[in-house]
Ligand binder design. Structure first.
Ligand SMILES: [Ca+2]
Length: 336
């Protein structure tokens, strides 16, 4: 008995609770494993931070994997629908090359038809305002006859999604929301507050800090460093890649990775999308105890990157998600 206790105390003191992963972990599931998701993106592209434009480049070279149903221009800032179509114009230049490699890339004109203008201003105090082309499109897509839910990836303020849920609350059971909150939430606090107070049954990942792991932390050695990756694997790689190399996102160097919204896409690329508590390239979350489908950043200290809670649940996959993207950018090369 004494020996048993000694062993127990020894392990209790020296063995930490099991890590969430080991180095050899590989993720299964997701669009890269053949799952086909319906996707609608609500973005402030062209507004305050070019990092949405970076994220659109990443999304478009993965567009063969998704059934894209909508690209909504939403607040905050000066971004408008035409800012999204300008990125599609670049995609059009690379389309012959991309579609030579993979026939499932959507035609540029097909994508242009999915670009809709949402609200141009944040919501008033009530959190809701008038329907927009964007909010109506969200409702139309969500109500389509399809066994699969509509994945709504919110890269800007949640203004149009809140409006849609207000105008047609039946869509709640048809949508899965991955919301890059943080600054976007602060730019339109009313629309988010409306959802939080009136729709506790919403299925939503409220990502406040986990997304930072896309460009902070992880393996940044060699060509995986934010600037070097762009110089080596985007610059000169088609119209999209070369354009990306000239962008400067807020808080990072010119021609360097930020793409703070991309974890919402990466979440669908690798992992079990229906279970946000499981590992994915877009992070791993906790469910709010008081709500059935409301997920938030994990607050385990060892999963934080600095003060960014949960960021390491993204950055741990950095090499894998960047190598995937690299292979996609290589498709834009004529030699491919
Ligand atoms: Ca954004």
């Amino acid at each position: 008995m004494k020996t048993f206790l000694v062993v127990l105390v020894f392990f209790g003191l020296t063995v930490r609770p099991g890590p969430l992963w080991s180095a050899e972990d590989q993720l299964e599931g997701g669009a890269l494993a053949g799952e086909r998701f319906r996707v609608l993106i609500s973005s402030d592209a062209g507004g305050s931070d070019p990092d949405d434009l970076q994220s659109l480049v990443h999304y478009l070279v993965h567009a063969d994997l998704f059934d894209t149903e909508g690209l909504i221009s939403s607040p905050p800032g000066a971004g408008r629908a035409r800012d999204i179509t300008e990125v599609i114009d670049l995609y059009e230049q690379d389309f012959p090359q991309l579609s030579k490699v993979e026939k499932n890339y959507p035609r540029p004109d097909q994508l242009r038809g999915l670009v809709k203008q949402g609200a141009t201003d944040p919501a008033p105090e009530s959190g809701i305002s008038d329907a927009t082309e964007g909010s109506r499109w969200i409702i139309d897509c969500a109500r389509r006859q399809d066994d699969r839910p509509l994945w709504v990836l919110v890269w800007g303020s949640i203004t149009d999604v809140a409006q849609a849920v207000h105008d047609a609350s039946d869509i709640k059971e048809r949508i899965r929301i991955y919301y890059i909150a943080s600054w976007n939430r602060k730019m339109d606090p009313n629309s988010f507050r409306y959802l939080e107070e009136h729709h506790p049954d919403l299925w939503i990942i409220q990502c406040e800090t986990t997304f930072r792991g896309w460009y902070q932390g992880g393996d940044q050695s060699g060509d995986l460093e934010n600037g070097r990756f762009v110089a080596e694997h985007l610059d000169g790689h088609g119209a999209l890649g070369t354009w990306f190399a000239g962008l400067k996102a807020a808080g990072v160097d010119s021609g360097a990775i930020k793409m703070g919204d991309t974890p919402s896409v990466a979440y669908l690329l690798r992992g079990v999308a229906e279970d946000p508590t499981s590992p994915s390239w877009g992070g791993q979350f906790s469910r709010r105890a008081d709500r059935p489908h409301w997920y938030v950043d994990r607050d385990d200290p060892d999963l934080a990157q600095g003060d960014k809670k949960g960021a390491r649940t993204v950055s741990r996959w950095r090499e894998a998600f960047l190598r995937d993207w690299q292979s996609r950018m290589d498709r834009c090369l004529p030699s491919h």
